[in-house]
Design a binder for this molecule. Structure first.
Ligand code: SAM
Length: 335
């Protein structure tokens, strides 16, 4: 049984004889995928979402060229790098693997991954990505893009939908016919419209929820297979925007006219449940040991706020002049 000890100003717990610091390990207890990500060397718990989608949809077979949109801190790029570059037979056959990762935020380098720092909704970023695939289209495009959520659900869902449509637009320029597009989607009220837009370009569209994505979140992933744009379709840089009369004209249909998005809960049922709290000691034969994050965030936006709060500078007028070089190390990555 866990016993609480009084240490030098910090609470400590004893678990099966091992002493662990409460602050550092409590998240390991609450979030099993966060903990496993650190233990397996992934930069974020999101890695498991892509791995579980792959288990269901076999995403990486025959894939040599891939784009990772909204990639920071880079766990999906790690998965791509390990899955595509890790296949020895490819190296033997001399097949060239190309992975391009894009994000607004800076990302620590990864072997074999070309990085672009930019906004995927901007034409200039889209053009830079397209340049990398001219002549040789991509086999797979993935997008885990998420806005900084405001808590206003309609706004968050709208921005998320815009990110998805920006990703789709880039995809129409770089993906080969027959290729696959995977993107995060918020299953809000516009989901059937997005689904219908995706169905224009892909013969198979499924909305999937991996076990590592919390049930409490409206996040899911669209897995769009067999890219087959309408005949004569010429990709252009103007985004297909959401139709605001959709709710009246389209979402009110019923019976056979109503579009029902196919939904699949995926990931092995024996996989860990992301909404459950697990004990730190998972296996009787393996002692729990705290693992630090695989890659701490580079200059995150909250860094200055943490520094100001820690040093009691929040109310001081000269506080904003604190430069990045004087700022402390950021806290650990948690997404
Ligand atoms: C959930 S995180 C992605 C995690 C990533 N798949 C991983 O496994 O490490 C969402 C990312 O979307 C990025 N993002 C949001 N809006 C963006 C935009 N307009 N252009 C590029 N990246 C964007 C954010 O900077 C953030 O890094």
């Amino acid at each position: 049984m866990a016993a609480t000890l009084v240490g030098t100003g910090r609470r400590r717990a004893r678990t099966n004889g091992s002493e662990v610091r409460m602050g550092r390990s409590s998240k390991d207890k609450r979030d099993i995928y966060y903990r496993l990500a650190k233990e397996e060397g992934w930069r974020a718990r999101s890695a498991f979402k892509l791995l579980q989608l792959d288990q269901e949809f076999n995403l990486f077979t025959g894939v040599n060229r891939a784009v990772d949109l909204c990639a920071a801190p880079g766990s999906w790029s790690q998965v791509l790098s390990r899955k595509l570059r890790g296949q020895e037979e490819k190296a033997e056959k001399g097949e060239e693997v190309k992975i391009v990762a894009v994000d607004l935020q800076a990302m620590a380098p990864l072997p074999g991954v070309t990085q672009i720092q930019g906004d995927i909704t901007k034409v200039s970023t889209a053009q830079e990505i397209i340049r990398h695939f001219e002549g040789q289209p991509a086999d797979l495009v993935v997008c885990d893009g998420a806005p900084d959520v405001t808590g206003l659900h309609d706004v968050d869902e709208y921005i998320q939908a815009q990110l998805l449509l920006a990703a789709l637009n880039i995809t129409t320029h770089v993906l080969k016919p027959g290729g696959t597009f995977v993107a995060k989607i918020f299953r809000g009220k516009d989901v059937t419209l997005l689904y219908s837009q995706l169905k224009i370009f892909f013969s198979g569209v499924t909305c999937a929820k991996p076990r590592s994505s919390r049930n409490s979140s409206i996040e899911a992933f669209v897995v769009c297979q067999n890219y087959s744009p309408p005949e004569g379709y010429v990709p252009n840089m103007s985004n297909p925007l959401l139709d605001h009369s959709y709710d009246v004209d389209f979402n009110q249909l019923d019976g056979p006219n109503r579009v029902i998005v196919p939904f699949l809960a995926c990931g092995d049922l024996s996989a860990f449940d992301s909404d459950r709290t697990y004990p730190l000691q998972l296996h009787a034969d393996k002692q729990y040991q705290y693992t630090p994050p695989a890659q701490p965030p580079i200059c995150p936006p909250y860094q200055q706020a943490c520094h100001l709060r820690k040093n009691n500078l929040l109310s001081r007028e000269d506080a904003l002049s604190v430069g990045p070089s004087q700022r402390p190390e950021p806290p650990a990555e948690s997404n």
